[in-house]
Write a protein that binds this ligand. Structure first.
Ligand code: NAP
Ligand code: 3JN
Length: 343
């Protein structure tokens, strides 16, 4: 092992995000000296696919991280809270997919296309933002740099894969049953998700917003490094398997035309502009699924205000929204020679 060829732990390797992490590591030929899969005792001893072969899953334990350089976590907040500090303590840098560390002022919250320099002040734990936040800030950062965004109004259309493997099965099962005239009993969501939309993602908070909505508000400000941006969000679960879609309205200090936005975004990393209304070309979740880029279309001036733009932003929530972003952070740490826990 070395900082250039790290020994990598994938924690939560049997889950929807963990499996995708293994796929992304292999596809991008991440320069790992070794990759080890961890999960709970429930799946220890089983196998997961990696690079055309299989890895035997190990049970995550308190002393699991000795000798590792990098750990990619996607096993939920409770696991991250307990195990990420243990990893960092023995010199293993953590990239954590849960919300456990995102708003901790000691932990950078990073999207490599947006704020890679925040990696410079990491102390061992780096947080990966929420999937809905990631795709939005990738698209908005270049516009913020050009024209300073004052306000963001976002509504999301989120795929069930954001809830994990069990929700994918729930949508499949409910769809098949309803098509056969059978009753459905919701198990993962409070209501039927097939042929329906649920304006609730995660729990409701005292202010009437859901936790997912407030994640978008708070994480966006931290990543863009600007507390003055006003953000409001409505997050909705829709019966789509993969890729989140977002209708985003921004108000900027300087005027941006539609042509400006198309030009700026098409020159920005990680973004594909798919905006040819005359040909009925716009981003859709079925096209974004399995892709790495953030797709932007339906770019229009908001004619109800002076400096407003409407955008439609779509990305694969499990890839750019979680696994890919985490692996890109790992790559960026290696590139910047930051894959070590500072003393
Ligand atoms: P999932 O399909 O349910 O997978 C959960 C994974 O965590 C499984 O590998 C599970 O292992 C493992 N796990 C659970 N408890 C554990 C424990 N005590 N010790 C070790 N491993 C444990 O969920 P998912 O969709 O992959 O999501 C996992 C987490 O990633 C979420 O809870 C969330 O924090 C984060 N996430 C983030 C985003 C984002 O927006 N960036 C999106 C989706 C998910 P077993 O097989 O042993 O149960
Ligand atoms: O619902 C979605 O589309 C994204 C879900 C993300 C998620 C699910 C369970 C727990 C998170 C997250 O990453 O914010 C968490 C968490 O709080 O860690």
């Amino acid at each position: 092992m070395s900082a250039k060829n790290p020994k990598v732990a994938v924690v939560g390797a049997t889950g929807a995000v963990g499996r995708e992490m293994l796929e992304v590591l292999a596809q991008r030929q991440f320069p790992a000296s070794e990759v080890v899969a961890f999960a709970s005792s429930r799946s220890a001893g089983g196998t997961v696919e990696y690079a055309g072969g299989e890895l035997t899953v190990r049970e995550l334990k308190e002393d699991s991280f000795a000798g590792f350089d990098l750990a990619l976590f996607s096993a939920g907040g409770a696991t991250s809270e307990k195990f990420a500090p243990l990893a960092a303590k023995v010199g293993c840098v953590v990239v954590d997919n849960s919300s456990a560390w995102r708003m901790d002022p000691k932990c950078p919250l990073v999207v490599p296309e947006v704020n890679p320099r925040d990696l410079e002040w990491h102390k061992g734990i780096i947080a990966n933002p929420n999937c809905s936040t990631i795709q939005m800030v990738v698209a908005l950062k270049p516009l913020h740099d050009e024209a300073k965004i004052k306000r963001i109004v976002v509504s999301t259309y989120q795929a069930v894969s954001g809830t994990g493997q069990k929700a994918i099965v729930e949508l499949e099962t409910q769809t098949a049953r309803l098509m056969n005239g059978q009753e459905v009993i919701p198990q993962v969501y409070p209501y039927q998700i097939a042929f329906n939309c649920l304006p609730q993602i995660d729990v409701f908070l005292d202010n009437g917003y859901t936790k997912e909505e407030m994640k978008m508000v708070n994480e966006t400000k931290k990543i863009l490094g600007d507390d003055t941006i006003r953000v409001t969000a409505t997050t909705v679960r829709v019966p789509v398997f993969f890729s989140h879609s977002e209708s985003v309205n921004i108000e900027t200090e300087q005027k941006l035309t539609v042509e400006d936005v198309r030009r700026i975004l098409s020159q920005s990393p990680g973004i594909v502009v798919a905006d040819y209304p005359e040909k009925k070309i716009y981003p859709m979740p079925i096209d974004a699924a399995g892709q790495d880029d953030v797709f932007v279309g339906r770019i229009r001036e908001d004619e109800s205000i002076d400096n407003g733009i409407n955008l439609w932003i779509v990305a694969d929530n499990i890839r750019k929204g979680a696994a890919l972003n985490a692996v890109q952070i790992g790559e960026e740490l290696i590139r910047r020679n930051l894959l070590r826990v500072p003393k």
